[in-house]
Design a protein around this ligand. Structure first.
Ligand code: BTN
Length: 318
């Protein structure tokens, strides 16, 4: 039993009311002194807790935590929170190899070695972002659906942000999210395979969202932005994303996913550059096909399909 965690769970589940010290003591079967000590420990961890005489305790702020995320879930999932971690995706891989269950959620307040796509690092400052990974077990899902999982993840995160903030991020192929011309979220999907069978045992979906980050390193200032909403509940956002990822994964062949992806895409009509071998090409995006690939037209009229790699938007206006 962990009194501190149990109290946080009860307070997160009862944000709308004061919970008396006596009620906490009775529910948890510990003394009022033990409750008081645990409340003080929670305060030292950044939780602001009001203690109204004769009424009791109530959370007055929002701190990212496993208990806070769990309180926002409709059905329970294994949730892990790390104040500091190298990378939630790296930890998720380690946990997947040790048998972590489908739907395991990992979040961190900060990452010391946050990873992005194409070997890039992901800036993960403390307190202002949501850095999370979800472990999915594909079971018999065909590996060819891995591409669709990347596409589906972008839809889920864009929808979740819209639901909680009213802002609608656009999707830059393949799964970066943009608001007002700046990247506010990156998604890194990785597979953990069984060496013997070559079978994909786990898929790790890593999501990094700049929620209220204001200051970025110089090399990111022109590119990166944030939701700009310090009041956004990161616990609610993490819970919503985790549940929706699990749900969309169970219907990954649903054609509506691509329809929604296209509706949220900022690519169609844009002039882009991309690499094929060592050659850089310029083309205009004509469509996104039912596999989530880009259909582009080169200046000489040739039509090509881009299924992987990085593309750069050259001209943002249509
Ligand atoms: C990208 O923009 O290229 C993808 C960035 C993905 C960042 C997230 S943050 C949580 C998870 N842990 C990581 O190390 N990376 C992903």
């Amino acid at each position: 039993m962990n009194t501190k965690s149990d109290i946080l769970t009860i307070l997160e589940q009862n944000r709308h009311r004061d919970v008396s010290g006596q009620e906490l003591a009775n529910t948890l079967g510990v003394s009022r002194t033990a409750i008081w000590k645990a409340v003080k420990a929670l305060e030292r961890e950044g939780h602001r807790i009001t203690a109204a005489p004769k009424r009791g305790y109530r959370l007055a702020n929002e701190v990212l935590s496993a208990e806070g995320i769990s309180a926002c879930l409709n059905s329970p999932l294994p949730v892990h929170f790390f104040p500091v971690i190298d990378s939630t995706n790296s930890e998720a891989k380690r946990m997947a190899l040790s048998g972590a269950a489908h739907g395991t959620v990992l979040t961190a307040e900060t990452q010391t070695a946050g990873r992005g796509r194409f070997g890039k690092s992901f800036y993960s400052p403390e307190g202002t972002g949501l850095y999370m990974s979800v472990i999915l077990k594909p079971g018999d899902t065909a590996v060819s659906d891995a591409q669709m999982i990347t596409v589906a993840a972008a839809v889920v995160v864009s929808e979740a942000i819209e639901k909680l903030t009213g802002q609608k991020p656009g999707i830059k192929w393949v799964n970066d999210l943009y608001l007002n011309g700046k990247k506010i979220c990156g998604i890194l999907t990785e597979a953990v395979s069984d060496f013997e069978s070559g079978r994909v045992e786990s898929i790790i979906i890593g999501i990094g969202i700049n929620c209220s980050t204001r200051v970025f390193p110089e090399e990111l200032t022109d590119i990166a932005g944030s939701l700009g909403d310090g009041k956004l509940s990161r616990n609610r956002l993490a819970a919503l994303i985790a549940e929706d990822l699990i749900s969309i994964f169970s219907r990954i062949s649903d054609p509506n996913i691509i329809t929604e992806y296209k509706a949220r895409s900022i690519m169609i009509g844009k002039t882009i550059t991309y690499l094929s071998g060592n050659t850089e090409h310029t083309a205009v995006v004509k469509d996104i096909n039912d596999r989530g690939n880009l259909v582009v037209e080169g200046s000489e009229g040739s039509v090509n399909i881009i299924s992987s790699g990085e593309v750069t938007i050259k001209q943002w206006q249509r």
